[in-house]
Write a protein that binds this ligand. Structure first.
Ligand code: SAM
Length: 289
């Protein structure tokens, strides 16, 4: 089936700008499909926010979505009544989120108007530059969900993100960091993950841990450990066309959940820890008054 292929789009990704290159080259246009589609993920996050009682505390409540992607969290937050500021470095995914917001606006037209959605293309590590200074201490809920955190390139970057996100929260505001605990290694052929397949697309991901490949880690912090993510996509426009093979790789940070808990506590938060399915965890903090 896969014999008639050509190869395009190889890239090696070594820092934040190369994470962006990876999304621009391959993942941005396939991310939502690869994750099982928008509706499934909107529904999953509606349930998550409901389970944790994250309704907007006031009519003008504000949420910050850090690494929003195509809006798996931003859309449910808008539905709940939050005005959302959504930041991402992928133009493709922000464009897709804009489309989901427009579809939602059409769906609810005639009912109460949707709160605002502000889209910002930029690096979540530069929050202070991206947001106006009067946004400090004005946000009710900040989320960095769906494994965005592991895209950062050092524990120091995670710490900086936590500190900055907390500075934009009101006292009593909530921060949710939701990510895969990559410190729990898969072994052998379990590292080959069939992400999603349909008639015209086959998406597979292969994980390589630090021990297996020391050379891609130049310039890292000594303490930090990484997983090299190899995304492999066979795709064709329709059944009569030849398959095209696209490949791209980037590294993800092993972020120990207990360190994230400590970072939040050090930033002045009361915290709670929620282990979820498939090694995913949610670390939640409430900013002390
Ligand atoms: C795995 S996706 C998660 C997206 C969304 N939160 C979700 O649950 O589907 C990670 C997202 O983070 C974005 N991202 C990664 N590092 C970033 C950074 N430093 N600044 C802004 N966006 C970043 C990527 O472009 C991508 O959209």
């Amino acid at each position: 089936m896969l014999s008639d292929t050509k190869e395009t789009g190889g890239s090696t990704v070594e820092n934040n700008s190369q994470v962006k290159a990876h999304y621009d080259a391959l993942l941005g246009r396939t991310y939502t499909w690869m994750m099982g589609g928008a509706s499934t993920n909107f529904e999953e996050n509606r349930k998550f926010f409901d389970l944790h009682g994250l309704r907007p505390p006031t009519v003008d409540a504000k949420a910050l979505d850090l690494g929003c992607g195509s809006g798996f969290q931003a859309i449910p937050l808008l539905e709940l009544g939050y005005a959302v500021i959504a930041i991402d470095m992928s133009a493709d995914l922000l464009q897709e989120l804009k489309g989901h917001k427009e579809a939602l606006a059409r769906k609810v037209s005639g009912q109460s108007p949707l709160p605002s959605l502000t889209l910002i293309e930029g690096d979540i590590l530069r929050l202070r530059a991206l947001l106006p200074s009067d946004a400090l201490a004005s946000v009710d809920l900040a989320v960095c969900m769906g494994d965005t955190l592991t895209h950062l390139q050092s524990t120091a970057q995670v710490q900086s993100l936590v500190k900055n996100a907390v500075s934009f929260l009101k006292p009593g505001g909530t921060l949710i960091l939701h990510f895969r605990d990559l410190t729990r290694h898969l072994e052998g052929t379990d590292r080959f993950l069939p992400c999603r397949t349909d008639e015209n697309n086959i998406f597979t991901c292969v994980l390589e841990y630090e021990e297996a490949q020391e050379t891609f880690l130049d310039g890292r912090d000594k303490e930090d450990r990484f997983v090299l993510i190899n995304d492999l996509l066979y795709t064709r426009p329709d059944a009569s066309a030849p398959w095209t093979f696209k490949k791209s790789q980037y590294k993800k940070l092993e972020v120990p959940p207990e360190e994230v808990l400590k970072m939040m506590q050090d930033a002045g938060m009361d915290t709670s820890f929620h282990p979820l399915a498939f090694g995913v965890v949610a670390v939640m903090g409430r900013k002390k008054p």
